[in-house]
Write a protein that binds this ligand. Structure first.
Ligand code: IPE
Ligand code: IPE
Ligand code: MG
Length: 242
């Protein structure tokens, strides 16, 4: 698979519920089917040597507002994923990291996440960042609090607070800016995902629901990305003004 220059791919994995409902099944069946899509996408990206892949698995709003039975199912699936996928992550040299307010997750789920993070910490292939109990605004609030604490302690001058200082206080300071943002299931919104990091991301929306996503969809999105002209506020083609 040709990444066409994408270094950081971020995906809003949406539509599990609609996928299940279209089949007359309960929503949880869609989440279960979604795990197969996660496995394939992670493996394909790792084989293609993608440096960074961020998957939006659970927003703070999902965690707070979904029915408790659905949240319970998601937690159980997450825990099983952490245990079952360790061999696949290791075979593909994937390093797992996380972003979000992880401390609010159930302890037995968090423990398996921490074990998988520790096991894969020295892998040198794709970094897989799972956004869990994640909110883009919450991430900015947490960064602002960290900065305020350092300023109060006299370790940081307000004049020294610049974009780099904020970037260093995001959940994953080493996360590069997003090149390509994919959203499945057709909705045209960012739903509080990576607000800081998507400033100049190219956006690709597909009507396909997440459980149906496989390699061809990734190839389509990378192909579309290659046809975009990323100007970053400059002029077309990125050349000097004439
Ligand atoms: C995405 O699918 C998975 C999570 C948000 C956890 P949804 O559960 O949002 O599915 P739809 O959008 O209701 O179809
Ligand atoms: C975004 O999907 C969150 C994840 C995919 C984890 P939602 O289903 O929560 O988004 P909205 O509610 O349709 O904006
Ligand atoms: Mg949804």
């Amino acid at each position: 698979m040709d990444l066409r220059g994408v270094r950081h791919l971020a995906i809003i994995m949406d539509g599990n519920g609609r996928w299940a409902e279209a089949r007359g099944q309960i929503r949880s069946r869609g989440h279960r089917a979604g795990v197969d899509a996660v496995r394939e996408v992670v493996t394909e990206c790792a084989r293609a040597h993608l440096p960074w892949l961020t998957l939006y698995a659970l927003s703070t709003e999902n965690f707070r507002q979904r029915p408790s039975l659905e949240v319970h199912t998601l937690m159980a699936l997450l825990r099983r994923f952490m245990i079952n996928e360790r061999p696949t992550l290791m075979e593909n040299a994937v390093r797992l990291v996380t972003a979000g307010r992880l401390h609010e997750l159930p302890p037995r789920v968090l423990a398996e996440i921490r074990r998988t993070e520790a096991l894969t910490a020295n892998n040198r292939g794709t970094t897989l960042c799972l956004a869990l109990n994640y909110g883009g605004r919450g991430e900015l609030v947490d960064a602002a609090q960290a900065i305020a604490r350092e300023a109060r302690a006299g370790r940081l001058n307000p004049e020294d607070i610049d974009e780099a200082a904020l970037a260093q206080r995001m959940y994953c300071p080493s996360m590069p800016d997003v090149d390509l943002l994919i959203r499945t299931a057709g909705d045209l919104r960012v739903s509080n995902f990576l607000l800081w990091q998507i400033s100049y991301a190219e956006i690709f929306v597909t009507s396909m629901c997440w459980p149906d996503v496989r390699r061809p969809l990734l190839e389509e999105a990378f192909g579309e990305y290659a046809r975009r002209d990323r100007r970053f506020g400059g002029v077309q083609g990125g050349g000097a003004a004439s």
